[in-house]
Design a protein around this ligand. Structure first.
Ligand code: BTN
Length: 333
C-alpha cells in the first residue's frame, strides 16, 4: 500500500507558509521531532528538487519547488476539513478506484483520497479503459461514506463534474470549459476529464462510494482514434499546467458543494451552474435508449440530475444517467 507521508508534508507546509527563514529549532518544537529528523527531511526534499536555502542562525527558506506530484506536495497544500485530508499516493498503480476500494474495505475514513502519477489498468465507464500516462495526467479516487440512501449517489458525480469544471475555469480562465451530460468535462469541445463513480451498497444502505477522476493535463498528443474527441489542458493552453493545485482545488470545491448537497440531497442548488456548463443545452441530442433511440433538444437537468429532453411532439422526457447514453446528433457533442 502507499506510504502516508506526514512529517515531510508538515515541514513543506511550514516552509511554504513562512514569509522569512524558519529556524530548525522552531520546526522541531512545533512538530515534536529531533534536529536530525528535520535535517533528513530537508535532504529528501532537496533530492526531490525543492530548492531550500539553509542559513546559519536563521534557518531554512523554500526558494522554489519542482513540478512534481507527490503525497507530501499534495498534503502540504491541502486545507480542507475532510475531503483529501488523508492522501495515499502511488507513483504507479493499477487503478486508483481499486486502491480506494481496498482502503474502504480496510475501514478508511470518509474523504480519504488515493492519487497516482500513473495507472497501468485505469478503468473508464461502460467497461472501457482509461489511459493515465506518467508525469502528464491526474488520476484520483475519493472515498465517501455517506449516510444517505443509495438512490442519491449518482448525483455525487454531477457534483464532481461541476467541481472539476469550476477548478479548471478558475485556474485557467482562458479556457472554454463545458460539461457533456452527465459528467465528461470538456475544453474547446474535447474531453479533458472523465469520472467513474462506483458504489458498494445494499438496497437501502451505502457502504461506500468511490468517485474516480481522470484529467488529461500535460499530454502533448493522443492516439489517432482519440485525437478527435480527447485533449489535454496543455494542448489547449499551449503551455504546461500544474497538477497538485488542480487536485487540491478539486477537493476544496467538492467539499464545499457536498455540504450544500447534504442539505436537500438533490442537485436543486446546482441546476443553474450545471446548465451554464452544459454543452448539450439547447442542442439536438440522440438518446441511445435500449428501449428505443430518439432525438430531441436537451433543455438542462432536473433536481435529480436527469437530462430533460424536449422531443419533436413538444413533450418532455427525462434521461437518467446510467440507463442511456447521449450523443450529439453530428458527433461526440
Ligand atoms: C470515463 O470513462 O470517462 C471515466 C474515466 C475515469 C478514469 C479515472 S482515473 C482515476 C480513477 N481510476 C480508474 O481506474 N478510473 C478512474
Amino acid at each position: 500500500m502507499a506510504e502516508r507521508i506526514s512529517l515531510k508534508a508538515d515541514i513543506l507546509r511550514a516552509l511554504r507558509n513562512a514569509k522569512e527563514h524558519i529556524s530548525g529549532q522552531q520546526i522541531c518544537d512545533e512538530m515534536g521531532v529531533s534536529r536530525t529528523a528535520v535535517w533528513k527531511v530537508m535532504k529528501q526534499l532537496e533530492a526531490e528538487g525543492y530548492d531550500i536555502e539553509a542559513v546559519t542562525n536563521k534557518g531554512y527558506m523554500l526558494l522554489s519547488y519542482p513540478e512534481i506530484l507527490s503525497g507530501s506536495e499534495l498534503m502540504s497544500r491541502m486545507n480542507t476539513k475532510w475531503a483529501g485530508k488523508r492522501v495515499y499516493f502511488h507513483k504507479e498503480t493499477g487503478s486508483t478506484n481499486e486502491d480506494a476500494r481496498y482502503l474502504a474495505e480496510e475501514g478508511m475514513l470518509h474523504g480519504s483520497l488515493v492519487v497516482a502519477d500513473s495507472q497501468t489498468g485505469g478503468r473508464g465507464r461502460r467497461g472501457r479503459g482509461w489511459v493515465s500516462p506518467p508525469g502528464e495526467s491526474i488520476s484520483f479516487s475519493l472515498l465517501l461514506k455517506p449516510s444517505f440512501s443509495p438512490d442519491r449517489a449518482s448525483m455525487l458525480t454531477i457534483l464532481m463534474a461541476i467541481s472539476i469544471a469550476e477548478v479548471i475555469s478558475a485556474l485557467h480562465p482562458d479556457l472554454d470549459v463545458k460539461i457533456k451530460w452527465p459528467n465528461d468535462v470538456l475544453v474547446n469541445g474535447k474531453k479533458v476529464c472523465g469520472i467513474l463513480t462506483e458504489m458498494e451498497a445494499e438496497p437501502d444502505y451505502i457502504h461506500y462510494v468511490i468517485i474516480g477522476v481522470g484529467i488529461n493535463v500535460n499530454q502533448t498528443e493522443f492516439p489517432e482514434e482519440l485525437a478527435q474527441i480527447a485533449t489535454s489542458l496543455r494542448i489547449e493552453k499551449g503551455e504546461k499546467a500544474g497538477r497538485p493545485e488542480l487536485i487540491v482545488a478539486a477537493m476544496e470545491y467538492f467539499e464545499y458543494y457536498y455540504g450544500i448537497f447534504e442539505e436537500h440531497l438533490d442537485v436543486s442548488d446546482f441546476v443553474d451552474i450545471y446548465d451554464r456548463y452544459l454543452i448539450n443545452r439547447d442542442r439536438e441530442v440522440r438518446v441511445l435508449d435500449p428501449k428505443g433511440e430518439y432525438t430531441g433538444v436537451a433543455e438542462g437537468i432536473n433536481d435529480n440530475g436527469a437530462l430533460i429532453v424536449r422531443i419533436p411532439d413538444g413533450s418532455f422526457r427525462t434521461v437518467s444517467s446510467g440507463e442511456v447514453s447521449v450523443r450529439g446528433v453530428y458527433g461526440y457533442v
